[in-house]
Design a protein around this ligand. Structure first.
Ligand SMILES: Nc1ncnc2c1ncn2[C@@H]1O[C@H](COP(=O)(O)OP(=O)(O)O)[C@@H](O)[C@H]1O
Ligand SMILES: [Mg+2]
Length: 205
């Protein structure tokens, strides 16, 4: 049987708790064969205190540890879009090598796609990844600037404090009910499972 779709979208203003939520999820999730994190700013390596993979060989070696944190600068100096496509393609391929759940985290995903464009390697991870057990987690401060290849597939919507009429309206329409609360405290979130309708309120700090 095909695993259930699992595309998590974490929205919120800068400093609201998105990355903290994503990292904590990746640390706490049970029974995952591997996590893949695109880490151009070095934030994941620093905050998770794990080594980053800088070469193709590092990527292969880190796969066995269950944590692949990719620093693209050595392989793709000054070529972030190319690096992003490479990593999505590599993660998709690596996810197909063995059984079990895998999770691809793309923080601040609005940097790599727009309403009219999305790298096909990322679209493949979202649309076909689940056949390989590959789940995706995205963070964004601009939910209304994402591509439909992502927004049409969202199964879990996690909403921290949002700002801007368009962002709030977009999240509410995706949720099918008022969800985005601009006055929410930083660190607090409201999460909605779009398949089951179950919701959850919480705090990451
Ligand atoms: N390197 C870090 N290590 C531990 N905590 C951090 C680090 N950077 C930020 N934080 C904490 O996380 C908060 C910001 O949350 P974060 O999840 O990074 O927000 P967002 O991703 O929504 O911009 C900061 O106020 C700080 O308390
Ligand atoms: Mg962040």
């Amino acid at each position: 049987m095909l695993p259930k779709r699992s595309v998590t979208l974490i929205c919120g203003v800068s400093g609201s708790g998105k990355t903290t939520f994503a990292f904590r999820y990746l640390v706490n999730v049970q029974g995952v064969a591997c996590r893949f994190i695109f880490d151009p700013d070095g934030e994941a390596a620093q905050r998770l205190d794990l080594p980053a993979a800088a070469t193709a060989r590092d990527l292969e070696e880190d796969l066995a540890t269950g944590w692949v944190i990719y620093d693209p600068h050595a392989m793709f100096p000054g070529q972030l879009p190319q690096a992003f496509r490479f990593f999505c393609e590599w993660a998709y391929e690596a996810a197909g090598r063995g059984p079990g759940r895998k999770i691809l985290l793309i923080d601040e995903v609005w940097k790599y796609c727009g309403p009219l464009t999305i790298p096909q390697e990322l679209a493949l991870c979202i649309q076909t990844g689940r056949k390989r057990g590959l789940e995706t987690v995205f963070c964004t401060q601009r939910p209304n600037r994402l591509n439909e290849a992502i927004t049409n597939e969202v199964s879990e919507l996690v909403c921290f404090r949002l700002q801007g009429e368009n962002a709030v309206r977009f999240v509410d329409s995706l949720a099918g009910r008022p969800l985005a609360a601009p006055e929410m405290a930083l660190g607090s979130f409201l999460s909605l499972n779009l398949d089951s309708g179950a919701d959850l309120r919480g705090k990451v700090f």
